[in-house]
Ligand binder design. Structure first.
Ligand code: FAD
Length: 563
């Protein structure tokens, strides 16, 4: 190993996994370097919803919600049957609460429980109606000073006025803006605060969701003196006597090798943008575009494989699925809108195939929705999400925001289709008009009774959570009858990849014969998902990313030679 900077730990990638590992390693006294190949910190974590799933966490206990590791294990066994050794899953269950307690005690990270967000299969034994999922508290980016400029922005479609983030609890107030003076006052206060923040910053400084998670972790990393190198790409793991002893990097066209005495953590965010791994591991029907950060291009997994690691091959699915819509942004560039929670489950919005027929309950989880698209085959690829004027105004449709004063830009660029009648809309979409008219007529009849005879839309706690509680008798259904009618196209895509490097209960990468590759760790989406390809609840990628980042950091500290 050439004499260069000597570190104890080197972490590749600055999303939730990498930041957590770096913060914990530094909190344990290790000299830690965090490498990020893009100019910005945060990866996909920064554009995410920031939900963190941790069963039996201390915050839900404090809020009076009962949970246990046994209940969570039982739940996972039902909706995510393990296909292989469960040591990593067991470690997540057993040590998740400990990880959160440690991170809150030793770093700035602050999380709060989301008390009403159900698991995605709420009828299964062991499911909870809320509290298993935590979200970051609002983060004041002024705390970062100039380093705020290092953070990746959220997706433009999830900001107002070009830079204002809206917290999950604020959404109902935006929706009730015109009907509730209390909501109007709250929204006016938020907008005024935002206008004030913009006097000093390029965007609003009240960060929420995944951006807040990155904000808290970045502040922690800076406070703990983690060294950051941006625009620096890891191109290899330097092995010495079979042990990961450093990282080969490339920056400004120059290559060098940096030594890591305790070890190396791979947290490059998975392979959503690696065409070759995508073609090998994802079904051909999955769209080529994804809302995942473009820099998540499989580097960490390839580095781990070259160092002797193995990729998981027994997952039920190799990615976390989500339906997306696709468009050109007004300022240029590609927009990919993930239809996770905003529109699908709302009243008066349905999804149909080319035959004009519905193919699933619209309010199932995004992962299940894509599985239904795949089962429906080519007729649902793309599928079509449609609604009437009333629902479009109230809930929006993909990148078309609620209360949009002008629809013209979306209609002009071909994203949103509009017609005076349902049959005419079908003609515009090039789908079966008689089929669509029949479907809408049946749906409308069902909506009046509040019972979806075809797919049970709104039939469980999670689906109702996605609906609109003010809408009776079914929060997810309302007749589609107020012309004009609107539609967009939906494609099957991903929120991240779940096939990754096999790792053990300490996040150590496993190699030949299932033995750890000494000194090599993986977390986040570079580590094979402990959910075995399933998506059991909100936050099941970020929860494990934080927990295995924590476990990697602690393990590195134990492995570090005395200085
Ligand atoms: C819109 C959206 C919403 C989501 N909401 C949620 C949610 O609420 N809860 C949840 O659990 N999951 C959610 N997900 C999924 C979740 O965001 C990701 O699974 C998670 O952020 C992955 O974290 P990570 O640390 O593995 O990678 P990332 O956060 O993507 O970070 C990886 C980083 O590694 C860097 N990198 C890559 N290669 C190299 C290299 N060679 N050298 C140096 N750096 C490198 C990348 O530039 C990137 O910055 C969402 C995803 C999307 C798209």
């Amino acid at each position: 190993m050439p004499a260069g900077a000597q570190y104890d730990a080197i972490v590749v990638g600055s999303g939730a996994g990498g930041l957590a590992a770096a913060c914990v390693a530094a909190a344990e006294g290790l000299r830690t370097l965090l490498l990020e190949k893009s100019p910005l910190i945060g990866g996909t974590t920064a554009v995410s919803g920031g939900m963190v799933w941790i069963p039996a966490n201390p915050k839900m206990a404090a809020a009076g919600i009962a949970d246990s590791v046994d209940a969570a294990r039982g739940y996972l066994e039902r909706c995510a049957p393990p296909a292989r050794d469960t040591a990593a899953r067991e470690a997540f269950l057993a040590r998740g609460a400990e990880a959160i307690e440690y991170l809150e005690a030793r770093t700035s990270l602050r999380l709060r429980p989301v008390l009403n967000y159900p698991d995605y299969y709420p009828a299964l034994p062991g499911a909870t109606r809320g509290g298993r999922v935590l979200e970051p508290e609002d983060f004041d980016a002024a705390l970062l000073g100039r380093d705020f400029a290092l953070m990746r922005w959220p997706l433009p479609e999830f900001m107002l006025f070009g830079g204002m983030m809206v917290a999950r609890p604020d959404l109902p107030h935006f929706r009730a803006l015109l009907s509730s003076p209390r909501s109007a006052a709250r929204v006016a206060r938020l907008v005024a605060q935002y206008a004030w923040q913009r006097l000093f910053a390029a965007r609003g400084t009240r960060l929420v969701l995944g951006n807040a998670l990155v904000g808290w972790l970045l502040k922690s990393a800076l406070d703990l003196k983690v060294e950051l190198r941006l625009n620096t790409r890891a191109v290899g793991v330097a092995m010495r006597k079979g042990r990961a002893a450093g990282v080969k990097i490339e920056a400004n066209g120059r290559r060098e090798t940096l030594a890591a005495r305790a070890g190396v953590v791979l947290a490059g965010g998975g392979f959503s943008h690696d065409a070759e791994l995508r073609a090998r591991l994802l079904p051909a029907a999955i769209a080529k575009f994804s809302p995942v950060c473009a820099a998540d291009s499989g580097d960490g997994i390839r580095l781990g494989l070259a160092a002797g690691g193995k990729i998981g091959e027994t997952n039920s699915h190799n990615a976390y699925w989500a339906p997306v819509s696709h468009f050109r942004r007004a300022g240029g560039g590609e927009g990919v809108f993930p239809h996770t929670v905003a529109d699908r489950g709302k009243p008066g919005i349905i999804a149909v195939t080319r035959d004009g027929a519905r193919f699933t309950s619209e309010a199932v989880s995004y992962h299940e929705f894509v599985l239904a698209m795949l089962r429906a085959g080519e007729a649902a690829n793309p599928a079509f999400l449609l609604c009437d004027r009333r629902s479009l105004w109230q809930y929006g449709l993909g990148a078309v925001r609620p209360f949009a004063l002008s629809l013209e830009p979306h209609i002009r660029n071909g994203y949103l289709l509009r017609a005076r009648g349902v049959g005419e809309l079908a003609a515009r979409l090039g789908i079966d008009a008689a089929g669509l008219e029949r479907t809408v007529a049946t749906y409308n009849e069902d909506a009046r009774r509040g019972v979806d005879s075809a797919f049970g839309l709104g039939g469980d706690a999670y689906q109702r959570f996605l609906g609109d509680a003010r809408n009776a008798p079914n929060p997810c259904m309302r007749p589609i009858e107020a012309a004009p009618f609107y539609a967009i196209r939906l494609y099957p895509s991903d929120l991240g990849t779940s096939a990754g490097l096999l790792a053990d209960a300490e996040a150590r990468v496993l190699g030949a014969g299932g033995a750890p590759v000494p000194g090599l760790y993986a977390c986040g989406n570079d580590m094979n998902s402990i959910m075995d390809g399933a998506y059991p609840g909100p936050g099941i990628t970020l929860g494990p990313a934080l927990v295995f980042g924590y476990l990697a950091g602690r393990s590195l500290a134990r492995a570090a030679p005395m200085r």
